[in-house]
Design a protein around this ligand. Structure first.
Ligand SMILES: [Zn+2]
Length: 135
């Protein structure tokens, strides 16, 4: 890279450049799990892990309350992608109790994340059957 004949950039210039490059994601965090305790949804909202494993009524209550529901069918931690349920699918879930299997061969889990405004996110992993959407 050669020296370019221009004025030194100010901090404000740099910020403007960054904002121009990623207009949709000012927080610059990709949707999904970050570390062990933070989950980012598709709107860029950040949630903290509240409970690594919740019981079925708690999961159902969160769905009824309009939680964001993310499904990791194979339980690999999202390496092959998450399924993001739409609000209609989440409403559907709230009419049924999830069935979580936990055996030697099948491991299911529902984790609860919460954001600063009290919004909830459920991460459904592995061997869980829930209504007709998660099956
Ligand atoms: Zn996977």
């Amino acid at each position: 890279m050669g020296r370019r004949p221009q004025q030194q950039k100010t901090f404000a210039d740099l910020v403007r450049e960054v904002e121009t490059r990623v207009p949709d994601a000012p927080a610059a965090l990709a949707p999904g799990l970050h570390g062990d305790e933070e989950f980012v949804d598709q709107a860029g909202r950040r949630y903290r892990l509240t409970a690594p494993s919740v019981d079925q009524p708690t999961a159902q209550r969160a769905a009824a309350g309009g939680a964001v529901v993310v499904w990791d069918p194979c339980g690999c931690g999202g390496y092959c992608g998450y399924e993001w349920l739409d609000p209609a699918q989440v409403r559907h879930l709230s009419s049924a109790l999830p069935q979580v299997r936990n055996t030697k061969r099948h491991r299911g889990c529902i984790a609860l994340y919460t954001d600063e405004a009290g919004g909830e996110l459920l991460l459904v992993e592995g061997s869980v059957i829930w209504g007709s959407t998660i099956a």
